[in-house]
Design a protein around this ligand. Structure first.
Ligand SMILES: [Zn+2]
Length: 284
């Protein structure tokens, strides 16, 4: 990846597609494979974030089939955008890993539907308008806002029949809560759980509008995208933070850091007899 970037820069490439050219799927596939192999050998739990290519699914599926404690996440931009975005959105589309060709998008959807991918996240990475709109792709900041756009965009896909509403809830709430040791305080509607609730209207039609995003950095490649399905009310720990689509947070400081509350399952380290520490002590 570093070599490709260097060669592209030397050749004078600074157009948006140079970012995609610098980061072929093989770099992600190699990283997922290596991490999965080491996780299996050590018995470590592992979470793969931002799965962007169909190629990564092969080592991911293999690891899952071998019983590795591995989870994976993708984001709306990998499921809904493809290489045309580099022409249409220009430098704004710069994100790591990059949005890829349409063929990857189709494979990612299949992986969402068959359970290979466990979670849909946001990769919320807000930047100023100036940081996201530059003539030189190499100096453009990576990432864009995602928290406010994920739900309408993905509910639109639920409405279109590409995943069920319960699958969406599992992939955005239950699965992350379980993977990060927060279940059942988070990710569940049970006595004792935090009352974090979203009431949605599956028929409400909206259009993503940068100007209406509440994040300080409101640049989004989804500006102008039509959505059907929207959050109407949001409650956090039993209090409204959004009512009828309007923020109603009264007191600053209502937010709380979410730390690992529930004990994670007991680690099951493997091959402990062949760690470096173990072998240097061996008498042969
Ligand atoms: Zn990220």
């Amino acid at each position: 990846m570093a070599r490709r970037s260097k060669k592209l820069k030397e050749a004078g490439r600074c157009d948006p597609l140079a970012h995609l050219d610098a980061r072929p799927p093989v770099v992600a596939t190699e990283a997922v494979s290596r991490a999965a192999i080491l996780a299996e050998w050590t018995g470590a739990r592992i979470h793969i974030l931002h799965v962007s290519s169909g190629d990564e699914l092969r080592p991911l599926r293999e690891a899952k089939a071998r019983g590795v404690d591995i989870t994976a996440e993708t984001c709306p931009h990998y499921l809904l955008l493809d290489e045309r975005a580099y022409t249409e959105k220009k430098s704004l589309i710069r994100v790591n890993p990059p949005v890829r060709e349409k063929t990857h998008q189709d494979q990612l959807w299949a992986a969402v539907q068959d359970g290979t991918i466990d979670m849909i996240a946001t990769d919320h990475a807000p930047h100023s308008h100036e940081e996201k709109h530059r003539d030189d792709i190499w100096t453009t900041d990576c990432g864009f806002t995602g928290v406010q756009t994920q739900m309408p965009l993905m509910l639109t896909q639920v409405g279109a029949g590409r995943l069920s509403l319960s699958d969406y809830v599992r992939m955005t709430s239950l699965a992350p809560a379980k993977a990060f040791g927060l279940y059942p305080r988070k990710g569940a509607l049970l006595p004792g759980s935090d009352a974090d609730l979203v009431v949605i209207d599956m028929d409400r039609e909206t259009q993503v509008d940068s100007a209406k995003l509440k994040s300080k950095g409101s640049s989004t490649p989804f500006h102008g995208h039509a959505a059907k399905g929207a959050p109407v009310h949001t409650l956090v720990r039993g209090s409204f933070v959004m009512r009828d689509g309007a923020l109603v947070v009264e007191a600053k400081g209502h937010g709380r850091n979410v730390r690992r509350i529930q004990q994670m399952p007991t680690p099951k380290p493997r091959n402990v007899e062949t760690t470096t520490a173990a072998i240097v002590k061996k008498k042969r």
